[in-house]
Design a protein around this ligand. Structure first.
Ligand code: CP
Length: 324
């Protein structure tokens, strides 16, 4: 049976454990580099990764492509499939996937519609990896986020996380919150309480909070980022306003007014002074003004390591999917 990665629920605790162990080994081996080319560097020789991106990306596409190259495979693809693939001539996503499956061994798909990855998987002859589907999910980001948390705060099970910003449209938040729920009662448990901080009209969807309730993860909803919330949080997960999800100019204006004007969802240097010394600041990136560059020098800033871990987690995932 073909294994697809559509959402984080596709991973059992055993899958996650083995993925993270493999990630750690790959990270250490890559940092040493000594025998890389003759060992890990040949594991996927002869295989092809297709990157099919209908939306822009810096980290996800390039880290997947780098991972495949480093493992000895090759990469083909289009970084702007909405303009440069035959979708312009009326081809359906399903037909594109049926055809591309004959040219590559795995398809990394980013699409602007929720459910696109699941639709692609339903007709694909090769594994589909959801690299973000509209305001739905971004499972591989959640995997690297959880890996980063466990690396930065090892053996903690009682952490409080604050998700800040556009929680309605932020697919990385949806996937990571789901992952906190699904790992709540296994040895990978890290978080016992979640603060969702955002304007009412951009709050976390009920589908996500319903899932957390099912797994007994407690949560609270807040309308602004305050020192009180920050002093009790171990992980501050900032997100940008997803203005590209606005359906009209009026919607966009409303989003700017709620999420940007007033700076209620900006981690200012003054607010950052309230953080615990042991806390970590994360952001899936790209960042806008909600995470000022002045914070980059803080010991709590982990977002560059977080993005860096994407390479190793995605290497481990490609091996899980493709190693013969
Ligand atoms: N975090 C993330 O998905 O970044 P990109 O949009 O640059 O891939």
């Amino acid at each position: 049976m073909i294994r697809h990665v559509i959402n984080v629920r596709d991973f059992s605790p055993e899958d996650l454990n083995s993925l993270f162990q493999r990630t750690t080994k790959l990270k250490s081996a890559y940092k040493n580099r000594k025998d890389w080319v003759s060992t890990q560097g040949q594991l996927l020789t002869g295989q092809i990764l297709v990157s099919l991106f209908y939306e822009p990306s810096t980290r996800t596409r390039l880290s997947f492509e780098s991972a495949m190259n480093l493992l000895g495979g090759r990469v083909i693809g289009t970084e702007n499939a909405r303009e440069f693939s035959s979708v312009v001539k009326g081809e359906t996503l399903e037909d594109s996937i049926r055809i591309i499956g004959a040219y590559g061994d795995v398809i990394i798909l980013r699409h602007y519609e929720v459910g696109a990855a699941a639709r692609a998987a339903s007709v694909s002859a090769v594994p589909i990896v959801n690299a973000g589907d509209g305001d739905g999910e971004h499972p591989t980001q959640a995997l690297l986020d959880l890996y980063t948390i466990r690396e930065a705060l090892p053996r903690r099970r009682d952490l409080t996380v604050a998700f800040v910003g556009d929680l309605k449209n932020g697919r990385t938040v949806h996937s990571l919150a789901h992952l906190f729920g699904q790992t709540a009662s296994c040895e990978l448990a890290t978080v016992s309480h979640i603060n969702f901080i955002g304007p009412e009209s951009f709050q976390i969807p009920e589908a996500v909070t319903g899932y957390l309730k099912k797994f007994g993860v407690s949560f609270e909803v807040h309308v602004s980022l305050t020192p009180e919330v920050l002093t009790t949080s171990d992980i501050i997960y900032m997100t940008r306003p997803q203005l590209e999800r606005s359906k009209s100019e009026k919607d966009r204006e409303r989003a700017v007014e709620s999420l940007i004007d007033g700076k209620l969802y900006t981690l200012t240097p003054k607010l950052a002074d309230c953080l615990k010394k042991s806390a970590i600041i994360m952001h899936p990136f790209p960042r806008n003004k909600e995470l000022p560059e002045e914070l980059d020098v803080l010991p709590q800033a982990r977002y560059f390591e977080q993005a860096g871990n994407g390479l190793y987690v995605r290497m481990a995932l490609l091996l899980d999917l493709l190693e013969k």
